[in-house]
Design a protein around this ligand. Sequence first.
Ligand code: NAD
Length: 485
Amino acid sequence: MHLIKNKNLILNSSFVNGEWLVSDSTFEVFNPATGKAIAQISEVTSLEVENAINSAAKAFEEWKLTSYQQRSDILLKWQKLLREHSQDLARILTSEQGKPLSEAVGEILHSADYIKIYAEQAHLFIEPINQDAPLNQQAKIYRKSIGVVTAITPWNFPCSMVARKAGAALAAGCSFVLKPSELTPLSALALAKLGEQAGIPAGVFNVVVGSNAQAIGEIFTSHPKIAKFSFTGSTIVGKRLLAQCANGVKRTAMELGGNAPFIVFEDADIDEAVEGAWVAKFRNSGQTCVTANRFIIHKNIKQEFVKKLIEKIKQLKMGCGFDSENSLGPLVNQRAIDKISGLVNKAKEEGANILLGGHSFEKDDCKKGTFFEATVIDNVTPQMEIFHKEIFGPVVTLIEFKCEEEAIRLANQTESGLCAYAYTKNEKIISVLNQQLNVGMLGINTARLSNPSAPFGGVKQSGMGREGGSYGIEEYLDYQYVCIR
Ligand code: NAD
């Protein structure tokens, strides 16, 4: 793999109870910028997945009794190692996921920030809460680690989605078994290696890698020793896993898909809005859950906004993430290209106009890479399929509005509720947006929402539960009310 100095970070098998497993059966991982296989990964067996959960259950009994300070020290070492190895980790990430190297470095550092915040905030939950109680009684409320956590993560942020869950769970005293996406398992395995070096005890952090997601998912959601199942991925898969958890009444966290509106009001600073649109749409080639999908623009400024946005988009250089000139990487695989091509073609049939792009693209130097042109589509309406689907690619859809109420109605006209963006200087409009936009996160005059201390998560079909800061740690704790006479 591309210029990775510390070859010990390149691993190709599951990590269970402090051991690296091997098997004869393997699956391949591909670089989406070239279409070439970059690793052969040992397939985990169902028995090994069960062993991982049993080991985690055993390790939990000791880990939950460690002091906050011990856990915090280990997590702080872990995040320090992530920072020290950020260049190598970023190269692994770009090799398997495709994003530009500078974005990959950003993701590694962001992951380290999450682990650091959790390490620093877990102490908030040590002291019991003294509650009012009837005469002759004392009421104390304790926060207890919930137990073994299983988690499944997606390919679009193969490092930070792991850090965001595992850091919180471990800080709270839980043990953890992870299944990363089969498209991008290498980043999670490198994280496990550094966790081992940081001193995470055997069995506390396990990673199982396999291409049969459904089979692993069934064990992850039904095993009797699991207290909580945490998922980040698409809404359709999340619903299925949520149903599987019902039988064992498992606690769940669901970080699911989005369909973010990006509203630009008449009074907005257009240049700032264009800059924000560019960030919100093209980071990771539009493959983020918080990517802006529907650009809802006031009719009086739409022409200027679109002209400036297209000028800016034309500066994007598409290509392999290892070339520092490139700012638009590939999509993850051919399935993603087919899905987006289908949505764009259908929108065209339904009456939308393609102003820019609209096609998949073959780079001369890497013919098998899965690239899709930056695309702008005008005259999109709520009657079109593309309005309601999470596009997950570099496609801007433009929708015009005339008044504030219409903008809010259009923004909320979706089953998703992860996040929204709005550009306006009007305090009254800002306060109405706060009240009326049905989302978990709202960016006003900014597209840079990321903050490891803030609660990350959505409402409606974008999921339940929050990650980040003390909110994230709380998700891995249970209350215990003790009444003493
Ligand atoms: P996906 O749902 O296809 O896959 C996510 C994970 O689930 C992968 O590890 C995959 O192997 C696994 N999986 C797939 N089918 C499964 C099954 N039947 N049983 C068990 N596991 C199964 O999603 P994706 O394409 O990897 O990721 C993109 C999606 O993730 C988008 O919808 C995006 O919005 C969402 N996402 C949400 C957040 C958030 O915080 N809300 C963050 C990142 C990504």
